[in-house]
Design a binder for this molecule. Structure first.
Ligand SMILES: C[S@@+](CC[C@H](N)C(=O)[O-])C[C@H]1O[C@@H](n2cnc3c(N)ncnc32)[C@H](O)[C@@H]1O
Length: 373
């Protein structure tokens, strides 16, 4: 147990979370839709993966971590994101940055260091994160900017500024849809003995596009992620938003060959496809449907300014001179951000604006793929 009385020992952590989820399944009549299971497995207070004290982020499993994100790989990531944010603050004539899902605070620190070096610090940097334990890590890391940074639990009625989120949309719970012998089911979780098991129930829910072919097919829909974009659109009176994540447009997402969906778990830098075991010790994530994100954004009053790969985005934002100035080790780490077989192609960036005249943002001047959404 840690000093807050929260279990941190792995086996008791996962068994406490299992009991918590089993109670929720019983309260729901014996079957819990997967998105509700995922929400508990990731965010149940004190127990869920993002709510407990395990390390999570890191380059190597020896650190006790499970996965690595771009700002943990190289500070050049945050420096280049900062260049785009500085332009967006100017073009929207706003003065605040809002970061969603700030992890260890690495990206915030890189952005603030870079903006400080440019003499362009924002009036305020607000972090919104569901995780109390990560919030404590962020607070420690961002001590040098303590006067600028604040954390909020709820969004104000109206906000202005530039929003940024790296790998936050993929952490939002998804619903699972399974087509078996031509009939669609929603996949949920039941208790079987002392373990969890899948159970499919007939549903009226459908993927946003028809899936070609008669074969059995498992996929995800992203109602929570899209509702999140709607909420941002309702609240943001003037500003812009930049989301970076792994995913595709919907023709690729719902391609007939992608019959196993994109849901995966990360544990000790290994990927597996079974979220029902080791709940609380694994990250659970699904790719982002960027067409769904763009449509939700447009419905919520945003303009889509650009959509491109992370490689194009970082190169457009000035990667080459940063690489030239870096030593060999730093250059080799930064190259992971753009190499096609690492993060360069799978990760995408989408830029949105609201309440201002649209412009062609720096990061999308070459290689914009908005037309493919
Ligand atoms: C995969 S981590 C990414 C962290 C960080 N952005 C990075 O790049 O290292 C996902 C983060 O999103 C947060 N999160 C998930 N859903 C959220 C939501 N609806 N609002 C705010 N934060 C959220 C998690 O607590 C976690 O900090």
């Amino acid at each position: 147990m840690d000093n807050a009385g929260v279990t941190t020992e792995p086996s008791s952590l996962t068994s406490a979370l299992q009991s918590r989820i089993a109670q929720a399944i019983a309260a729901a009549g014996g079957w819990l839709p997967f998105d509700q299971f995922m929400a508990l497995a990731l965010y149940a207070p004190g127990l869920g993966y993002y709510a407990n004290e395990t390390a999570k982020f890191g380059v190597l499993p020896e650190s006790g971590s499970d996965f690595v994100t771009a700002p943990e790989i190289s500070p050049i990531f945050g420096q280049l994101v900062a260049a785009q944010l500085a332009e967006a603050l100017d073009r929207t004539n706003t003065h605040e940055i809002w970061e969603f899902g700030a992890g260890t605070g690495a990206l915030a620190l890189q952005i603030l260091d870079e903006l400080a070096a440019m003499g362009r610090l924002p009036a305020r940097y607000t972090i919104v994160d569901l995780s109390g334990t990560l919030r404590a890590r962020q607070r420690l890391r961002l001590t040098p900017y303590g006067h600028l940074v604040r954390w909020v639990d709820a969004l104000p009625e109206a906000m202005e500024g530039v929003i940024v989120g790296n790998e936050v949309l993929d952490a939002m719970p998804v619903q699972l849809l399974q087509r078996t012998k031509g009939q669609w089911f929603e996949r949920g979780v039941v208790v079987q003995g002392d373990a969890f098991a899948w159970e499919d129930r007939p549903t009226e829910l459908r993927p946003p596009v028809d899936i070609a072919g008669p074969h059995d097919y498992l996929t995800e829909i992203h109602r929570q992620g899209e509702a999140f974009i709607h909420t941002l659109g309702e609240k943001l009176a003037r500003g812009a938003a930049l989301f970076i994540d792994y995913g595709f447009g919907e023709s690729e997402y719902y391609h007939q060959q992608r019959h196993m969906g994109t849901l995966v778990c990360h544990h000790q830098h290994q990927v597996d496809s079974d979220p029902l075991v080791l709940a609380g010790l694994k990250d659970i994530t699904a790719h982002v449907n960027f067409t769904g994100t763009a449509v939700a954004a447009q419905e919520a009053g945003f303009e889509v300014l650009g959509y491109t790969s992370q490689a194009h985005f970082l190169i457009n934002c000035g990667l080459a001179p940063r690489m030239d100035a870096a030593n060999l080790k730093a250059r080799s780490m930064a190259s992971k951000l753009v190499m096609e077989h690492e993060m360069g192609e799978l990760f995408k960036v989408i830029a949105l604006s609201k309440g201002v005249a649209p412009w062609a943002p720096l990061g999308f001047v070459r290689g914009d793929r908005t037309h493919r959404l």
